[in-house]
Design a binder for this molecule. Structure first.
Ligand SMILES: Nc1nc2c(c(=O)[nH]1)N[C@H]1C(S)=C(S)[C@@H](COP(=O)(O)OP(=O)(O)OC[C@H]3O[C@@H](n4cnc5c(=O)[nH]c(N)nc54)[C@H](O)[C@@H]3O)O[C@H]1N2
Ligand SMILES: Nc1nc2c(c(=O)[nH]1)N[C@H]1C(S)=C(S)[C@@H](COP(=O)(O)OP(=O)(O)OC[C@H]3O[C@@H](n4cnc5c(=O)[nH]c(N)nc54)[C@H](O)[C@@H]3O)O[C@H]1N2
Ligand SMILES: [Mo]
Length: 750
């Protein structure tokens, strides 16, 4: 690397934005927002403290119990023995080879879900997948905690890959600004979440778009449990969580009974309305899905529902749906039903009308940028066919060989003996962590690459210290951002940390796969080569990017990737030419009824959208658990990253729990009081934050606190995942059901 002894300043990129970093010698001394960002995130300030935090993994470490007598048990309670790199790599490589040779590659779980950090080459998940494929493959995972359920259901409805749809096909912010008159936001559109975008985001524009919407007089209606899920100035309809489908059905019922349904649209572009209508009207089950029916379910008044339906039919209306709605039991239903409601309104394919998903969930959605062909390290094909839905990990570990359903398929869970995790923190992200802790004791060996002693690292057998992005050089680039970065190495690796690439190269060499994994290159060579390929492909698409050395000298460039000409409008091609440009659904149309899904025969996801009460919601509240817990993303960081430094701030932990003053008063809870949030699955501490901006009966505890140590009955930091249920959304989606939880909140005495 360059001379690092002197003071220097450089710009780097992250999942939550670009920022300027000041270094002196081997330390990061300060960070500042990037000048080109109109609305910088608040996160960078704590990076220096986090990077040099005492919770960094200093040296390779092996759990004492595992070192003494191999195998599980004691994970999370044993202490660790530090070893020199060579010795630790020898031991890990021998163990990986032993398990592979004894039990086969189907006994290795390498799903390794997680965001790790930005940067194209040093992307931990790509590195671990390439390594495991170099030695014969691994059991993979499908989907994400973000949108796993939607990724399963939505292709049945619109016939396209869901990620393709949300990142590249939906209406752009510009289209919305130009055409939308009424914006109906289920779960809001939250600039707090839009701070983040995978792979990087430079100009944070969501809040400014809302300023423009307000100026032009667009009605902006946030429907959900928290006023704060949308920017200030939006209308708020306080909704009981998990009841969106009932509300959407009631809106559809108004359209149908008041002659507001666009039947011409349904006839031309959709299939199955005649199979759905009898359910809507109550002909199949004796219950019309009217506003009077939905009002007590949703906690709204029937007249409000009627007025909203008329407004939606009478103006150019865009329905947006937050990802959070499908991170819940039966999450398939609000997603599918929103498409049906939009179809009944007949505005799909018109600019600024119809439906869109995940605006605000991450900052890149809606930017509507041209795509440049990517820059990714080849992960190789995986010879192992077994893939589990990502959120079914604990089920898999607890039930090897047991059959499970997923999106029309049925098959057994593999028998996992080895887990390799790099770039994720399952003991932050998974639901019912006490159950995961039990399941996690099953495999013979668990290896984790991590910069910090996260709760996952603490529960591993072998921990390799990984560098952070500030300790290695990389290229920062995302298709949802206008910028391209050279992310310089700013400081030498902290402690004995190594890049994931070098860790895997070291293991591969010991398992006879060095040539395959490295192809004779080191990371500096890879970086230049991947970049050269990217530059060539960009040029072929008419975009000039500087050569590697010039980019290094310039640090960053803004790319001309704004769309020219007409802006994106979702399904405009279908609308223009339904015969010539059919959807890739079985019918070629939007599927209001799906023969395919009906054919699966699932009780929890039938052939058209329905209201299915979840196992936990306010309609099923009990004395033991009377409050609905939502666990949104944290505003002050990305998931559990940088947590050790944030937790050092006096008074910052346990995490703040939003609670309505009436619910607090009923429990004699005052502002700032330390409370215990609990249910049959677990308990954690939290700090009461009283607010009128939350629906009574609902409490909100953001994710991201580190799960406590083994043996602690009450998580002291406020991790909501000790309370959330580890159940799939349905047999179809099998996504995470994080938002489906009832809890009690009590003053913490003693
Ligand atoms: N209750 C509840 N739970 C949720 C959610 C919810 O809404 N409610 N949301 C879910 C969602 S959508 C998501 S995406 C997940 C997020 O869950 P994760 O993506 O697992 O969370 P992160 O904290 O980002 O974990 C990334 C880890 O990678 C490490 N890391 C960073 N850079 C590197 C690197 O270069 N190399 C290596 N080896 N490691 C690195 C970080 O230190 C960190 O520990 O959480 C899910 N969990
Ligand atoms: N600052 C920050 N931003 C992030 C992240 C982060 O860690 N930090 N993580 C990123 C990631 S990985 C993802 S996937 C996205 C997630 O984006 P989302 O899934 O949209 O975000 P959440 O924060 O889980 O939930 C948003 C809101 O949905 C509401 N909600 C919960 N249940 C319901 C319901 O049943 N009905 C309705 N109408 N509303 C409901 C809650 O009030 C909650 O505040 O965020 C991204 N953005
Ligand atoms: Mo996510």
């Amino acid at each position: 690397m360059d001379d690092i002894s002197r003071r220097r300043i450089a710009v780097t990129s992250s999942h939550w934005g670009a920022f300027e970093v000041e270094t002196e010698g081997d330390r990061i001394t300060a960070t500042r927002p990037f000048a080109a960002d109109p609305n910088p995130p608040s996160i960078p300030a704590i990076i220096p403290a986090a990077v040099h935090h005492h919770t960094r993994v200093a040296r390779p470490a092996i759990r004492r119990g595992w070192l003494d007598h191999r195998g599980g048990g004691g994970r999370g309670s044993d202490d660790f023995v530090e070893l020199p790199w060579d010795e630790a790599l020898d031991i890990a490589a021998a163990e990986i080879a032993r398990i592979r040779d004894t039990h086969g590659n189907t006994s290795i779980f390498g799903g390794s879900y997680g965001w790790s950090s930005a940067g194209r080459f040093h992307h931990a998940q790509s590195q671990v997948h390439r390594f495991l494929n170099s030695i014969g493959g691994y059991v993979a995972s499908f989907g994400s905690y973000s949108t796993g359920c939607a990724q399963a259901i939505m292709p049945h409805v619109f016939g396209m890959n869901f990620l393709e749809q949300i990142y590249h096909a939906q209406d752009s912010w510009q289209t919305i600004a130009d055409h939308t008159e009424t914006l109906v936001m289920f779960g809001g559109i939250n600039p707090k979440n839009a701070q983040v975008s995978m792979g990087g985001i430079t100009e944070h524009g969501t809040a400014s778009w809302f300023d423009r919407f307000a100026e032009k007089g667009m009605r902006r209606i946030n429907i959900g449990p928290q006023r704060t899920d949308a920017p200030g100035g939006c209308e708020w309809m306080p909704l009981r969580p998990a009841t969106d489908t009932a509300l959407m059905l009631a809106l559809a019922h108004v359209l149908e009974t008041e002659g507001l349904t666009d039947h011409a649209f349904l006839d031309r572009y959709t299939t199955g309305f005649t199979r759905f209508r009898p359910y809507l009207m109550g002909e199949t089950d004796g219950q019309p899905k009217s506003p009077d029916w939905a009002a007590p379910i949703c906690g709204l008044d029937p007249e409000t529902i009627r007025a909203l339906a008329r407004r939606m039919a009478g103006t150019r209306t865009l329905i947006t749906v937050a990802w959070s709605l499908q991170r819940a039991e039966h999450g398939e239903q609000p997603y599918w039903m929103s498409a049906v409601l939009a179809a009944m309104l007949g505005q799909i394919g018109l600019p600024g009308g119809g439906v869109g998903y995940g605006y605000g969930a991450i900052g890149g959605v809606g930017k509507g940028l041209r795509r440049l062909r990517g820059m990714t390290l080849d992960q190789f094909a995986n010879p192992v066919r077994e893939v589990i839905p990502v959120a079914r990990i604990a089920d898999m570990l607890l039930n090897p060989g047991q059959d499970y359903d997923f999106n029309g398929k049925r098959g057994p869970y593999p028998d996992i003996r080895l887990i390799y995790w790099a770039g994720g923190n399952p003991f932050h992200h998974h639901q019912d962590l006490n159950r995961l802790h039990e399941a996690w004791q099953r495999p013979e060996t668990i290896i984790v690459n991590e910069p910090w002693w996260t709760p996952t690292a603490k529960r591993a057998d072998i921990v390799f210290p990984a560098t952070t992005p500030y300790e290695r050089e990389d290229i920062g680039r995302s298709d949802l951002d206008e910028y391209l970065y050279n992310m310089p190495q700013l400081i030498p690796p902290v402690g004995e940390a190594r890049d994931d690439y070098d860790i895997f190269a070291g293991l591969a060499a010991r398992i006879g796969a060095e040539e395959r994994f490295t192809e004779g290159r080191d990371s500096a060579t890879w970086l230049r080569e991947l970049y050269a390929g990217y530059r060539e492909r960009a040029a072929a698409q008419g975009v000039e990017v500087p050569d590697f050395e010039e980019l290094r000298a310039r640090n960053w460039v803004r790319l001309p990737v704004e769309q020219e000409g007409p802006q994106a409008t979702f399904l405009s091609r279908l609308r223009d030419d339904p015969e010539g440009a059919p959807l890739a659904t079985p019918s070629g149309r939007i599927e209001i009824f799906s023969e395919t899904i009906e054919g699966f025969g699932y009780d929890d996801c039938p052939g058209h959208p329905v209201w299915l009460p979840p196992s936990e919601w306010l309609g099923a509240a009990s004395n033991a658990a009377p409050l609905h817990l939502v666990s949104p993303q944290p505003g002050d960081k990305l998931h559990s990253q940088l947590e050790p430094a944030l937790a050092d701030v006096p008074g910052a932990r346990p995490v703040a729990l939003a609670i309505h003053p009436s619910d607090a008063a009923a429990r004699a809870i005052a502002e700032g009081a330390i409370v215990r949030v609990h249910n049959a699955r677990g308990a954690c501490l939290a700090r009461a934050a009283l607010t009128d901006d939350i629906t009574p009966g609902v409490v909100a505890l953001p994710t991201g606190a580190w799960y406590g140590d083994a043996g602690e009955n009450v998580d002291p930091h406020g991790n909501p995942n000790v309370l959330t249920p580890d159940i799939g959304t349905s047999k179809l989606g099998q996504g995470s059901s994080a938002h489906t939880a009832l809890v009690q909140v009590s003053l913490n005495e003693g």
